[in-house]
Each structure stands twice: as structure tokens, then as C-alpha cells.
Design a protein around this ligand. Structure first.
Ligand code: ADP
Ligand code: MG
Length: 484
């Protein structure tokens, strides 16, 4: 698989680095006790610290630190025992202090990596440069009044983890896989809900192009992209824009751009600030953050099983393909549902039913797996009926549809509707005899060598038995009878 893009003057390689902002799951803000729930009335979750009243002092929220360390451990990164909070100074209406408390030269988490899963079943490791803790800003509301801008400070001071990747990503597809995997890890860890529509996870996409293997090109940074689909679209658009620009004799300038999802294009927002514009300096109100190595060890021991480990286990213990395992582990709730269905049963059959029939149905109904009308236990019962030959796989599809509709158990539906598989050879033979008697011409043609007609006879016998005849028995008896 090549990721190169064919331009007018030759091939180009796309280079991408992502900066992801993840809201920390925590009841309170990073440096104040104000609440963090999403969707509250504007300015109802604002402490004096968040509003930057004079004389207020920040106090670090220990839980947020723990969440950042867990996340660092989840991406197998170095945890720094000493880190420093800095002030990043800039003026904006939704930033009452005039600075954001962030981390700059000494972040809490150093180098790690994220393994991405590609559609062809292979994986690739993408380096993570660092993870640091910082405050989110408030929100300017431009759509509340014709001439005024309102400010909502509920979000001001909420803890964010900024996770910065190395420029290791080589295509929009890989960028999508990176965000998907990162989100999955965060959700398994319970450190960020990963809800991109609510802004809990946002991506800045740094994009440049170069000749294959050449030196890095100048990048543009697309700010605040809030869905995986948009991340991929924005990168594709931006890469092509840069290629055309360079091929036409222009040069890419380092700037911040915005992705307009409606038009499917990026456009300039502002020229890029340099770090010195922010006049970073250590926040004098906060001591360096020092962590206890034993505490970190304990957190490490207590980490839950993460998606990569679970995927490996699904492949080795259940014999699933890497692709199926991927689909199932991406969401913790999906993986758990599958394990409940598969326990003590044919795991591949269980995987097919969960990823195929169940996901298809939930998709159609617009429901998440928590709200599935068919529970894991109920689906398991259906698989048991297939396993012990009470019903065929074909009839099971109808039973499943009825389960979705009525909420009844598989066994009850089979009994009520008389769907039990016919395994009585006498009954099946009678059906076959009737079919052969009704189609003498076809029988003659088949016997003269027209093998393709075999399927026709199977179909007729199934129809005559309302699909309930055991398919293996039908085959066995039909072959015998047709052989004459
Ligand atoms: P800043 O903090 O100014 O945004 P960084 O050097 O921290 O700059 O880089 C931010 C992001 O940009 C990182 O994810 C990094 O991988 C990515 N990046 C750096 N150089 C390039 C480049 N030439 N092309 C694409 N991405 C890049
Ligand atoms: Mg940046």
C-alpha cells in the first residue's frame, strides 16, 4: 500500500502530526472546585478562580493528575516525576486571566506511542512526543445577539490533556486510525469520554507535503477539527492544496487554518504565532508538580486491559481475524458484549452475529449497544438453538428479526411460530418426492448432466418445508434420490 499522491510534476508524500485536546473526566476543574458537566446553563459552573478574580489562587486537582498519568501509562509513555506549570499569555475575551495555565518545557508525560490498525490488517506505531495538562478556555458565543458577543465561562479551567504526535502519520487514513485508536484507549482508561460532538476531543492537524523521502516541508495547522471524518477530509484537502500551490510555483506559509465542513475546504485563520509570542514562564502560584514513583507503579498495576491487548487475546483465544477483533475491541462496550455472547460458544459464529446482524440492526435503529433490544444473553440463547440444531442458520435470521421486534426470547419465538427444524427423514423424504414428482422435466435434465439444477431442487424442498428442513439432511437425501 502506498500513500503517495500523484501530482502534476511527480509524486508527493504527505506528513502529518496531530495535536489532540482531550477533556479529562473529572468532577471538578484543573485548579478549582467548580463543576464540569457538559450542557449546563451558561456561567453556572464558574468559581472565582475560573473568572480570574484578583487574589484567587489555583489549587491542583489531584484526580486530574492521576488521569493524565494513567493516560501516559496507557500509551506506554515516560512519566516525568517532576513537571512544571507555565503561563501561556495571550489576550482573548474568553480567557479572563489573560493567560492559560499549561505545561511547556517540562510536561507531565514524555515520549510514548500509539499503535494504529490499518484496513489491510497491518499495524504501525506512531510516536507521541508528549502529553501535558492545561486549562481549557471559556467560550465566546457569537450567535446570541445581533451585535454583541456573549461569553460563557463554564468551560474555563476545565482540565485538558494535550497529546502531541510526532510527524509520523502519512495519510488521512492513518490520521483517522490514530484518532480512533487514541479515543478508544482514552475510553478504556476512563480518562476522557472521547465525545467529539461535545468537544471533549478536538484535533489540530499539522499538514505538510514533500517529495518522497525529502526534507520536511512547511506545515499548515488546521485548528479544532471535531470529528474523525472531518480530520480525514481536512487533511486530504489541505495536502492537495499545498501540492497544487507548490507545483504552480508558490510556497506554503506556516499558518493556522480552519476547516469549513460545509464547503469541504480549509482557509486561513491567522498567521502562526511563535512560542515567544506567548511569553511562557513558570506560574509563580504553583509549585513544580512532583510525583511519587510508587504511586505511579500502583496506577500501572491497576490499568485495565487496553484495546491492543484485548485484540491480541481475541485473535489468540477466540481465533478471530485481526479485522474482526479490531471491529469488536474499538469500543469497550462492544468488546464486553461480544465476550458475553461468545463465552462457552462458537466464537467465530458469535463474532459474525455481533458485528453483522446485531450491529446492522442497531445501526438501522440508531441505538447504541447499551440500548440493544437484544441482550447478550438473549443472543447467546439464539446461538445455542443453532448449535444444537433446533433451528438452521437461515431460520435464525427470522428469529432474530422477531426478537428485535417483540423483545421475546428466541426459544419462545421458535415454539410459538413452529420454527423448529425438521430433522425427521421421513418428512423430508416425502417433501423431496413431491418436488421431484412435480418437476419431471427438470429431473430428466439434471440426470442428463445439467448439474446447475441442483440448487433449484434444494430451493423447492426448502420452500415446501417453509425453510425448516435441516439443510444437511436435505442435501444428503436429495442427492440419493436424484441419483435415482
Ligand atoms: P507548535 O507547538 O508550534 O504547534 P510543535 O513543534 O510542537 O509546534 O509541533 C506541533 C505538531 O506539528 C506536532 O504534532 C508535530 O508532529 C507536527 N509537525 C511538526 N513539523 C511538521 C511538519 N513539517 N509537517 C507536519 N507536521 C509537523
Ligand atoms: Mg500547535
Amino acid at each position: 500500500m502506498t500513500n503517495l499522491i500523484q501530482g502534476r510534476t511527480g509524486e508527493w508524500e504527505v506528513v502529518i502530526g496531530l495535536e489532540t485536546h482531550a477533556h479529562v473526566i473529572a468532577e471538578a476543574k484543573l485548579f478549582s472546585a467548580a463543576a464540569t458537566a457538559f450542557g449546563a446553563e451558561p456561567n453556572t459552573q464558574v468559581s472565582l478562580v475560573d473568572a480570574a478574580f484578583p487574589g484567587m489562587l489555583p489549587v491542583i486537582n489531584r484526580h486530574c493528575v492521576e488521569q493524565a498519568v494513567k493516560t501516559g501509562l496507557g500509551i506506554e509513555a515516560e512519566i516525568n516525576l517532576v513537571s512544571v506549570f507555565d503561563r501561556k499569555n495571550y489576550f482573548y475575551a474568553d480567557l479572563p486571566a489573560g493567560y492559560q495555565i499549561s505545561q511547556y518545557t517540562k510536561p507531565i508525560v514524555g515520549k510514548g506511542w500509539i499503535t494504529i490498525d490499518l484496513p489491510d490488517g497491518t499495524t504501525r506505531d506512531i510516536g507521541v512526543t508528549r502529553l501535558h495538562l492545561e486549562q481549557d478556555a471559556g467560550k465566546s458565543l457569537h450567535d446570541q445577539h445581533p451585535t454583541l458577543t456573549f461569553v460563557d465561562l463554564n468551560r474555563a479551567g476545565v482540565a485538558l490533556m494535550e497529546i502531541v504526535s510526532e510527524p509520523d502519520i502519512r495519510s488521512a487514513e492513518e490520521a483517522g486510525a490514530y484518532v480512533r485508536k487514541l479515543r478508544s484507549i482514552l475510553r478504556y482508561l476512563g480518562t476522557c469520554d472521547g465525545n467529539m460532538e461535545e468537544g471533549s476531543l478536538r484535533c489540530d492537524c499539522n499538514v505538510s507535503v514533500r517529495r518522497p523521502g525529502g526534507k520536511l516541508g512547511t506545515r499548515a495547522e488546521i485548528k479544532n477539527v471535531n470529528s474523525i471524518r472531518f480530520v480525514m477530509q481536512a487533511i486530504d484537502y489541505e495536502a492537495r492544496r499545498q501540492i497544487v500551490l507548490i507545483e504552480d510555483g508558490g510556497t506554503v506559509i506556516q499558518e493556522t487554518r480552519l476547516y469549513d465542513a460545509q464547503r469541504g475546504e480549509t482557509r486561513p485563520m491567522r498567521s502562526k504565532e511563535n512560542d515567544y509570542d506567548y511569553r511562557y514562564f513558570p506560574d509563580p502560584d504553583l509549585l513544580p508538580l512532583t510525583l511519587d514513583a510508587a504511586w505511579i507503579e500502583r496506577l500501572k498495576r491497576e490499568l485495565p486491559e487496553l484495546p491492543d491487548a484485548r485484540k491480541a487475546r481475541f485473535v489468540s483465544d477466540f481465533g478471530l481475524s485481526p479485522y474482526d477483533a479490531d471491529v469488536l475491541v474499538a469500543e469497550k462496550s462492544h468488546a464486553e458484549f461480544f465476550e458475553d455472547v461468545a463465552k462457552g460458544r462458537d466464537a467465530k459464529l458469535a463474532a459474525n452475529w455481533v458485528t453483522g446482524d446485531l450491529f446492522g440492526a442497531l445501526n438501522k435503529l440508531g441505538l447504541g449497544i447499551e440500548a440493544s433490544p437484544v441482550s447478550a444473553a438473549a443472543l447467546g440463547e439464539l446461538l445455542d438453538l443453532i448449535g444444537d440444531n433446533t433451528i438452521s442458520g437461515r431460520i435464525a435470521k427470522d428469529v432474530f428479526a422477531a426478537m428485535l421486534e417483540t423483545g421475546k426470547a428466541a426459544g419462545a419465538i421458535v415454539a410459538e411460530r413452529g420454527l423448529r427444524q425438521v430433522t425427521d427423514t421421513g418428512e423430508i423424504e416425502a417433501a423431496i418426492d413431491a418436488v421431484l414428482a412435480a418437476h419431471p422435466d427438470n429431473v430428466a435434465q439434471y440426470r442428463a448432466g445439467k448439474d446447475k439444477l441442483y440448487g433449484f431442487f434444494v430451493g423447492q424442498v426448502m420452500k415446501a418445508t417453509q425453510g425448516k428442513a435441516n439443510p444437511a439432511l436435505v442435501n444428503e437425501l436429495l442427492r440419493k434420490k436424484l441419483a435415482g
